[in-house]
Design a protein around this ligand. Structure first.
Ligand SMILES: Cc1cc2nc3c(=O)[nH]c(=O)nc-3n(C[C@H](O)[C@H](O)[C@H](O)COP(=O)(O)OP(=O)(O)OC[C@H]3O[C@@H](n4cnc5c(N)ncnc54)[C@H](O)[C@@H]3O)c2cc1C
Length: 381
């Protein structure tokens, strides 16, 4: 979206893929945004359309229904859907769960879930957070106790779960053993299981088209092979292995949303007039937007470093966390400055910039609060 700037990792092939993702964003997501915000979920057929374009699991092997591309394809999807302001279509969770399965799942688990997730027929969630434990993941109280017949019985409550109303399968963080990291496992739970219950779809400050929800597990019985990877006690390590990618996704999305905010604002200040001149002719507008453009350009470059390392396999936890906290904080500042130029219209949800403002706040909270990200970065000093 920034003019005269091409990401170093971009290729002709990826440009063509970006075009098709952009079309999907403009033709399928943008026109339905307000409807979805009102109903608090995104229609299921959108998942199928996205699956047909290969944008849900773009970098997973074709053997499992993936599109056989690379991480660069995944980065293109995040960026292009950021450019249309998407915060409701939760394809990113299928992407994350797809990687949990691909990296740690047994062959049977991959075969069972990945093809449907790639095609958009299966929607997934990741349920880590509980009413009493968010940042401190080792404090989860949801339990999965193994019975004599080998099956597990899950009990507990989760909250703030993205795709919560729509998901067909949930990866649940549960305690299967001793206190501490070694007692945690990731359990694969089908939402048709009689012990599973969805709670409220939560009323949020922004991101209204996302069906963020509560979930309850009441004597929810699953087979022994519901443990991701088949061996209990690996959950915390599996989470630690994949969370950097979730943070990278948030960081790359933040940079794209900033580019969109600048583009919308630049258009507006050229059109809107006050005191006989365009808003852009006021020196304040020019200087503030010059600062914004510098921040947006630096943010894009930072996002590109993260993507580069993600592509070549050298993205570490500190770099992902740095990107997550720094870019989401710049996103908040940039959008706040942009809103000001829209005057009262900037506070009206009818205007995309107002929705972007409301949507941006949570970027500093979810995916691990920014304070936690700073802790992780500080450990690398
Ligand atoms: C819209 C939305 C979608 C979400 N989607 C999901 C999802 O799909 N799956 C899921 O499992 N969770 C999800 N979450 C939950 C999210 O990841 C948590 O809210 C987040 O990790 C923070 O946990 P918490 O809310 O329990 O806050 P707490 O852990 O209570 O922390 C509150 C605040 O305390 C401070 N704090 C905490 N620990 C430290 C520390 N060590 N050092 C310094 N300060 C600290 C931070 O400022 C933090 O923001 C979602 C949340 C929202 C709002």
């Amino acid at each position: 979206m920034l003019e005269n700037y091409r990401s170093p990792w971009m290729t002709e092939d990826l440009e063509a893929f970006a075009d098709s993702v952009r079309r999907f964003g403009r033709e399928v997501l943008e026109p339905n945004e307000l409807k979805w915000r009102q109903q608090h979920y995104v229609d299921r057929d959108v998942w199928i359309k996205a699956g047909d374009l290969g944008l849900i699991l773009p970098d997973l092997p074709e053997q499992y229904g993936g599109a056989g591309g690379t991480v660069a394809h995944a980065a293109v999807v995040i960026r292009e859907l950021g450019y249309v302001g998407n915060t409701g279509f939760g394809y990113g969770i299928n992407y994350l769960v797809g990687h949990y399965l691909n990296n740690y799942g047994t062959p049977a688990q991959k075969q069972r879930w990945l093809p449907g997730m790639a095609s958009g027929e299966i929607i997934t969630s990741v349920a880590m957070t509980e009413p009493g434990a968010g940042s401190d993941l080792q404090g989860v109280r949801t339990s999965a106790r193994q019975r004599a017949d080998g099956k597990y019985v899950i009990n507990g409550a989760k909250t703030f779960i993205t795709n919560g109303q729509m998901s067909d399968m949930v990866v649940v963080v549960a305690r299967t053993g001793e206190a501490g990291a070694k007692g945690i496992s990731l359990m694969i739970v089908e939402t048709g299981n009689p012990g599973f219950r969805r709670g409220k779809c939560l009323d949020k400050v922004g991101q209204d088209s996302a069906d963020t929800s509560e979930m309850f597990f009441d004597d929810c019985v699953v087979d022994a092979d519901a443990v991701l990877g088949g061996v209990p006690g690996q959950g915390f390590y599996q989470l630690m292995g994949q969370l950097p990618y979730e943070r990278a996704m948030i960081a790359v999305g933040a940079a794209a949303q900033m580019e969109r905010a600048l583009a919308l604002t630049a258009d507006y200040v050229k059109e809107r007039r006050a005191f006989g001149q365009a808003l852009l002719d006021f020196q304040n507008t020019r200087f503030v937007l010059a600062d914004v453009k510098a921040t947006v350009t630096a943010s894009r470059a930072f996002a590109d470093v993260i993507i580069d390392r993600w592509i070549d396999g050298t993205l570490d936890s500190a770099m992902a966390s740095m990107g997550k906290f720094w870019l989401t904080e710049r996103q908040g500042e940039v959008i706040d400055k942009c809103v000001q130029f829209f005057g009262g219209f900037g506070y009206m949800l009818e205007y995309p910039i107002a929705r972007m403002y409301a949507d941006a706040r949570v970027q500093r909270i979810y995916g691990g609060a920014n304070e936690i990200q700073r802790e992780l970065v500080a450990r690398s000093l």
